[in-house]
Design a protein around this ligand. Structure first.
Ligand SMILES: [Zn+2]
Length: 412
């Protein structure tokens, strides 16, 4: 099985002249948490470089890891994350409201993960839900919740199969998956096949300008192939006859957007927010990304300085949040075991394993409860959930202080 699929052109517009804008070095796969029995085995490590296409304004990781390898032991389940649960409860409410007076509504979610959104519709009688999720591990979790799942990729081929069995849908949605897909054209084609003429497609995806604004290079990893601007989304959807009718800024994942689309009618609609956001993206150029690179390197030296000083004063530091983001952040900054002894994580899929690359042990919350007395600082690796992490830790030991690494490192 080939590990890497190399490509030379832009994933959205096939432009052959795309520029390298950032090189984060050779990185382990962000979600490959290491089992104890595999500690001495060689890990897969692949260069992590970002590229920018001037033609369609997409930032991308050009070469993609074979999804069979990348997602075979996919460990990211959303439901244990309180902030995400809150987000999807509110999203489900919006959907229920939209279809309140309609009978026999059909909803399809691609990349439905462990059913974090669809479980909200269990008692909603007028909405039929279907989830599509390629990961075996994670789709099992969704099935356990009683959700109808197709354990496949959402692409043109599978869309035709779904169409034959379930016909068309009123709403197709995908949250935090649009970044992960190499053949993104096939997802849009699949949506076109399965969406009713008056239906809506809604995607939630992180927004490139928000990522840059908050210095979120930790969101860059091999699983995330595409980093969208509004311009690049418009370009892509236009190819398949979709138009953007609404953009909402949402807080999840450190700044995302919820984009609502419809099939184009005879008259194109004029949407002011769309035009305004595209105008804001005019400044994107190589110089802009150079400045971003400088900011990243400054953050790296600042965080190491803070940790060095604390270690010199014999302070005991642990990490919190063994996320994919953490793999990029810790490996890029080389935050080794000498700085943080272990990392706490609420997901039972990760506790007991080790952080990719640096092999720092991951423990569950009970472990922290037993050992909280001798801890001075918690480095909040999953900093986009800092509020709930601080609350959890404060309940255990009020004296612990926190290091927040992004956008600029600070101690609170
Ligand atoms: Zn392009």
């Amino acid at each position: 099985m080939k590990l890497i699929k190399f490509r030379s052109d832009c994933r959205v517009c096939n432009n052959k002249h795309i520029n390298t804008i950032l090189n984060l070095g050779v990185m382990p796969l962000a979600g490959n948490f290491v089992k104890k029995t595999d500690l001495n085995k060689k890990e897969i490590k692949v260069p992590l470089k970002l590229h920018y296409c001037k033609k369609c304004k997409l930032v991308q990781v050009k070469d993609s890891i074979n999804p069979e390898i990348l997602f075979s032991a996919y460990n990211y389940s959303s439901s244990p994350i309180p902030a995400l649960n809150k987000h999807f409860i509110s999203y489900a409410k919006d959907i229920k409201k939209k279809f309140k007076n309609k009978k026999n509504v059909k909803l399809l979610e691609f990349g439905c993960n462990d059913g974090i959104l669809l479980k909200q519709f269990k008692t909603t009688k007028n909405i039929f839900c279907l989830g599509v999720e390629p990961s075996k591990n994670i789709s099992k979790l969704a099935r356990k919740k009683g959700i109808k799942i197709i354990n496949e990729y959402f692409n043109k081929k599978n869309a035709i199969k779904i169409l034959n069995k379930y016909d068309k849908f009123d709403l197709i949605t995908g949250s935090n998956v649009f970044a992960h897909i190499d053949d993104i054209h096939s997802v849009v084609e699949a949506s076109k096949i399965l969406l009713k003429e008056k239906g809506n497609l809604i995607i939630e995806v992180h927004y490139l300008l928000d990522l840059i604004k908050l210095n979120q290079y930790d969101f860059f990893y091999h699983e995330h192939l595409n980093y969208y601007t509004i311009y690049s989304l418009k370009y892509l959807f236009n190819l398949y006859g979709f138009e953007i009718i609404k953009i909402e800024n949402i807080k999840v994942h450190g700044g995302s957007i919820r984009v609502t689309l419809q099939k184009k009618g005879k008259k194109p609609i004029k949407y002011l927010k769309l035009l305004k956001m595209i105008k804001n993206e005019k400044n994107l150029n190589l110089n802009y990304f150079k400045k971003f690179e400088k900011k990243i390197n400054k953050q790296k030296s600042d965080i190491i300085k803070i940790l060095d000083e604390l270690i010199l004063r014999n302070k005991k530091i642990i990490g919190f949040g063994a996320s994919g983001r953490g793999t990029t952040f810790l490996n890029f900054c080389k935050i080794k075991k000498k700085y943080i002894n272990y990392i706490i994580d609420g997901s039972p899929l990760r506790a007991g394993k080790f952080m990719p690359g640096l092999k720092i042990p991951i423990k569950n919350l009970d472990y922290l409860k037993k050992n909280a007395d001798n801890i001075d600082y918690v480095l909040i690796i999953a900093w986009n959930y800092k509020k709930s992490i601080i609350e959890q830790v404060k309940k255990i030991n009020k004296k612990i202080k926190f290091i927040i690494p992004f956008p600029r490192p600070k101690i609170i």
